[in-house]
Design a protein around this ligand. Structure first.
Ligand code: PMP
Length: 428
């Protein structure tokens, strides 16, 4: 494949945008080479500026659950645009999407819309601190909750890829209020809670982790966190930015039957436009301004175009009774196909998958937390990534990311992907 135009565009971009990108992991730093400049996308495919077509497993890092340029979303945005793009006044569609979201997700009474997953998580911890009148939070190594200061402590995703889990610019004062735990290690969380009695406002977790590759919770882990939170008056925050409206209509709360106190959303909830949201029961949400004293706001929050895209997306997800099963079947098919191809070629690996999330770790043994994910062989990953790219398969340019399966993928696409893995595996 030729990437001449992408190379030229990247050169030009680097002159005026730091690293040529508006979000670091897009820059291919972890894998080397020139980032692909997207021109358009439709269904399961993304097309670059050089005219190459890729089967897309990034899908804008999650929002495109039903494929790119999903017609109901595109149409809804076009129609809304004609009526004006932003008012800074309440609009009917905000209530419409809020009602639908509240009806789909268990255990929430009210939801507030923001502009990104980062904002959702940042606001959720402020709310938790305001509600509990405590300062500290517990997060898990390898979990990513956006780039606000409190979360850039041993974060996953691009923050690991770039080797700066503790970013300069985050003050010691902020860092001291974020306690770090090991994912899937309940004893470790208990120790932290006991060492900080009456100080912890919230435990925030990706209830299925997606930012150190895909790591599902082990049996009993989320239940254990729930009990621990109940016993110590700590709020349990599920960051469902990745998993919300994806692993089940009601997210991991529904999938695993566990109640969170605050839930954060992003990605799918905006149908590909910049949207995040956080939600909880009335008792907690009523602490937010203007009802309560916890401040949170946004000029473009609840933007009509974003709400139109999100509403069209949620309606489609809600109406499609077979969707989650179809996604899971496709993921399993891919999981088995990739495992066979790698096994045939003697490539050491572990594949984790659940619902429509899957990741291939070039590591031996179970991958259950950040340390086991970090054991993966990055050189093998780099070769794998470029081999797949040249075969027309676009996976995330970092070993610490999840692949997202969309409903637009056909079994032909999956077979083409498995065939590519078989070829690439010979070079690993
Ligand atoms: N939480 C999780 C679980 C995420 O995966 C992400 C983004 N990948 C975020 C929060 C931050 O969302 P955003 O990039 O929209 O700010």
């Amino acid at each position: 494949m030729l990437y001449q135009r992408s190379s030229a565009l990247f050169k030009e971009a680097q002159e005026v945008i730091p690293g040529g990108v508006n979000s670091p992991v897009r820059a291919f730093n972890a894998v080397g080479g020139t980032p692909i400049f997207a021109k358009s996308a439709k269904g399961a495919y993304v097309y670059d500026e050089d005219g190459n077509r890729f089967i897309d497993y990034i899908n804008s890092w999650g929002p495109m659950l039903l494929g790119h340029a999903f017609p109901p979303v595109v149409d809804a945005v076009i129609e809304k645009t004609k009526l004006g793009t932003s008012f800074g006044m309440p609009t009917a569609i905000e209530t419409e999407i809020a009602e639908l979201a509240v009806s789909m997700v268990p255990n929430i009474d009210k939801i507030r819309f923001v502009n990104s997953g980062t904002e959702a998580c940042m606001s959720a911890i402020r709310l938790a601190r305001g509600f509990t009148k405590k300062d500290k939070i517990i997060k898990f190594a390898g979990c990513y909750h956006g780039h606000s200061d409190s979360f850039l402590i041993a974060a996953g995703s691009g923050a690991v890829t770039f080797g700066t889990p503790n970013s300069p610019g985050v003050t010691q004062g902020t860092a001291k209020d974020t306690l770090l735990a090991r994912y899937n290690d309940l004893e470790n969380v208990k120790e932290l809670v006991e060492a900080n009695t009456n100080e912890i406002a919230a435990i925030i977790i990706e209830p299925v982790a997606g930012n150190m590759g895909c790591i599902p919770p082990v049996d009993g882990f989320l239940e254990g966190l729930r009990h621990l939170c109940d016993a110590h008056h700590i709020l349990l925050i599920f960051d469902e930015v990745m998993t919300g409206f994806r692993l089940a209509k009601g997210g991991v709360q529904e999938l695993k039957g566990i109640k969170a106190d605050i839930v954060c959303f992003g990605k799918v909830v905006g149908g590909g436009l910049p949207v995040g949201a956080f939600a909880a029961r009335n008792e907690i949400m009523n602490y937010l301004a203007p009802l309560g004293s916890v401040y949170q706001a946004g000029t473009l929050s609840g933007n009509p175009l974003a709400m139109a895209a999100g509403l069209a997306m949620l309606k489609a997800v809600n109406a499609d009774t077979g969707l989650m099963n179809r996604l899971e079947e496709k993921t399993k098919y891919l999981h088995n196909g990739i495992a066979d191809a790698l096994n045939k070629n003697g490539v050491t690996h572990t594949i984790n998958s659940i619902g429509s999330m899957i990741s291939v770790h070039f590591a031996e043994g179970a991958v259950v937390d950040f340390d086991s994910a970090a054991k993966g062989n990055n050189e093998t990953f780099k070769t794998f990534f470029h081999g797949m790219l040249n075969a027309g398969i676009y996976i995330a340019p970092s070993a610490f990311e999840t692949w997202f399966i969309t409903d637009a993928l056909t079994y032909e696409d999956l077979n083409a992907t498995i065939a590519a893995v078989e070829q690439v595996a010979k070079t690993l």
